[in-house]
Design a protein around this ligand. Sequence first.
Ligand code: SAH
Length: 380
Amino acid sequence: MRSQRRGSVSAAAVASEILVKSRNCYHAGMTQPNLFGLERAPLEGVLRELGEPTYRARQVYAWLYGKRARSFAEMTNLARDLRRRLDEAWDLRWPQVQERSLSYDGTRKYLFRLEDGATIESVYIPEESRRTICISTQAGCPLKCAFCLTGIAGYQRNLKTWEILGQVAAVMEEGPREPLPWNVVVMGMGEPLLNYEATVSALRVLMDPEGFAVAPKKLTLSTVGILPALEKLMHEPVRPNLAISLHAPNQALRRALMPIEEKYGLSDVMAAALRYPIPRGGLVTFEYVLLRGVNDAPAQARELVRLLGGHRVKVNLIPLNPARDIPFTAPAPEAVDAFCRILANAHITVSVRRPRGQDILAACGQLHLKRAELAPPAHP
Ligand code: SAH
């Protein structure tokens, strides 16, 4: 595509230039700035500097996010000369897929290698009536919840907007073309509200009808409840659904499982979550990972009923996805059933998350690890 504008330059010279450029990209970090990831206002600034009117930015925006073009050459409603000038000053790149793993259940895990060598993972989950992309917002996670391997593996850094959006673009590109709706869940590696600006900027582009056009009710952000950021999120003009990682019916047990509880306590997190304006009058979700003998007893289910009863909430029970380094065991299926029934009998909307992609370590809390670390199944 680059050769189009270099009529007299030999193909070999162009090829070698591209090679040098791609080496620079991935090995020396000497890249041109990336246009992918810019929101409307900065994009308008870029085009203004190139002497173009504001509506051009809207056209480029639609190419970047609505059509997910891979090069400036594809942007055929822009003058050839503008495409050339964009190409000279800017890159258009998504994070590089380094590896894909396919689960027996159709779940696909993507490993992306970022330009500084950090690796992140995203998961594609096909279902009969919908398909879901689970994305990461940090390389690793600083929260160190006792049952989550991502935290055990450590923390590297916040992702940039383009690195978050690029996961969705890359996974959508390879998804089946059927006209099924896309769900996006911010439940991969990291705590999204510790990377507020980049995450919310990515969410705006995802939910924008001229961007990725994911309906707000089909986008869910999961958080432990970083309070100042949660307050800010409530006041954003467009918001995703909210899921709160609760995991215990009382403060003492939550503190034992989640160190962040010391900073943002259960009662404050609950109060904030209950004020959160869910899109289209939906319900806020409380996630509760079930750990055998730790938080899966009927008495704890009843305590959870006392905590949540009477509020407009739903509970998502997540039987632990086990791994060798996690010092907990998955709950017995009967314990999951009993726990679920106690909530349902108390008229709390409850669902049990079916594990997807466990065999490729793509299930919740399993991201960022190697196959050898998977524990033998708890219930053979
Ligand atoms: N940091 C955010 C989002 C990422 S985790 C948060 O904590 O909400 C998405 C969900 O998977 C969270 O509810 C998390 O607690 C849960 N999870 C973590 N490890 C798990 C494991 N080993 N098995 C099952 N669920 C797990």
